[in-house]
Design a protein around this ligand. Structure first.
Ligand code: FAD
Length: 382
């Protein structure tokens, strides 16, 4: 893709922040330091303002009026949304995951679906990263079949809903201020409710120990007669059967951007190593077997790039196809990079082992590979 001068300036500004601020803190973040103060600083320093909510969701909230009145600006904004996530993921995908869950999944969903009062109360502090949000769908007994098997309930009692149930694997849950919780109402319909940390009946677990994405706190949410004011029913209960599916499509687009950012960085590290690491008296990049691996990595990366940068509004079908493909590319390219670096690739110092561990999440979160395949097949055959 040919970058305009404006796009290059945006990319360079983002990259500088990640190199100067995120990279040096990554060891601490991986060891459990809170990522939220840095997010606040990032939003402020990069002037992300109220546009940031599309970032976690892969650009799902582009403004239609911009497109008509100033297509160039709209293109730049869309690029900036994607590129911020790419730049975060090149350095620290776990940090990007937490950022996306708060601003994209919580902030974006409340902004798109909330009542004017809900938007005014919850969206601005989340977009400034002063408050942290989380998005609570998965349960211990309901993952890939989250909607069908959901056990969490919301019973209307006077002026409030009373929620009971348990959510798990929730990004940001251990520290979040705001919770967007999916539960079945008295009619058995899945609805979303906004709860605040201070509410009686809401508790969270400690952060879970994980394979990767360690800069992102993940945990459980427990609802034990959690009382939520009636006005906190997202959108005031206006029926939108597709709400969860649209949220998932947006999450999947965001996750494909993550897979791409990981693959891009790993590819660059591998190329650099192939040029500078000598064996048998010459750089390993001069061996054809290494060249073949690099060439295949490049092909995958270049296909992934077209998917990630080439789309405008994305259908559910294309969001699934993109996440399926780019998710697999992220893991494959990261593992190939480890291989090209040999023993060094296996060492923490060379970064690619962390990025490979992080990459695997893209194939699981927001619906596993199998679920993308099943959804794609259903859409093309209906
Ligand atoms: C780090 C991390 C962060 C997360 N963040 C969030 C979050 O913020 N909010 C949230 O709500 N959730 C979150 N999740 C949960 C994530 O979305 C789920 O883990 C994912 O949807 C898979 O569900 P599951 O873990 O229950 O796996 P399962 O559904 O138990 O799947 C297990 C295996 O069975 C396969 N399988 C299941 N059903 C079928 C089928 N019908 N056909 C074929 N194969 C099938 C799956 O593909 C998988 O290989 C997060 C998960 C992780 C690991």
């Amino acid at each position: 893709m040919e970058l305009t001068a404006g796009m290059r300036a945006v990319r360079d500004q983002f990259r500088r922040f990640m190199t100067e601020e995120l990279e040096p803190r990554t060891a601490e973040l991986e060891a459990g330091e809170s990522p939220y103060p840095l997010m606040r600083r990032m939003v402020e320093q990069l002037g992300l303002g109220d546009r940031a909510d599309g970032l976690g969701g892969g650009g799902g909230s582009r403004d239609a009026t911009d497109k008509e009145s100033d297509p160039e600006l709209a293109e730049l904004m869309a690029y900036a949304q994607t590129q911020l996530s790419v730049e975060m993921c090149r350095v620290n995908p776990g940090y990007a995951l937490s950022f996306g869950a708060s601003l994209g999944l919580f902030g974006g969903n409340v902004r798109n679906k909330g009542t004017p009062e809900q938007v005014a109360r919850y969206v601005p502090p989340v977009l400034r990263a002063e408050k942290i949000g989380c998005w609570c769908l998965t349960e211990p007994g309901a993952g890939s079949d989250a909607l069908r098997s959901m056990k969490s309930t919301a019973r209307l009692d006077g002026d409030s809903y009373v929620l009971n149930g348990e959510k798990t694997f929730i990004t940001n849950a251990p520290h979040a201020d705001y919770f967007l919780i999916y539960a079945k109402d008295d009619a058995g319909t899945v609805q979303a409710f906004i709860a605040e940390r201070s509410a009686d009946g809401l508790t969270t677990s400690k952060p879970f120990a994980k394979m990767g994405m360690r800069s992102s706190p993940t945990g459980a949410v427990y609802m034990d007669d959690l009382r939520v004011p009636r006005e906190n029913l997202l959108g005031g209960g206006v029926r939108d059967r597709d709400h969860v599916r649209k949220s998932l499509a947006s999450e999947r687009m965001g996750l494909s951007v993550m897979g791409y950012g990981i693959a891009e960085r790993c590819f660059e590290i591998a190329v650099d190593y192939a040029k500078t690491h000598h064996r048998g008296g010459k750089p390993i990049g001069e061996y054809q077997l290494i060249q073949q691996r690099l060439a295949r990595m490049y092909v995958a990366l270049s296909n992934a790039r077209r998917i990630v940068y080439g789309r405008g509004e994305t259908s559910v079908l294309d969001a699934c196809a993109g996440k399926l493909y780019v998710g697999e590319v992220g893991t494959a390219v990261a593992l190939d990079a480890i291989h090209i670096l040999g023993g060094n690739g296996y060492m923490e110092e060379y970064v690619v082992e962390r990025l490979a561990r992080d990459a695997k999440l893209v194939e699981i979160g927001g619906g596993t590979t199998e679920i993308q395949i099943l959804t794609i097949a259903r859409h093309i055959l209906e």
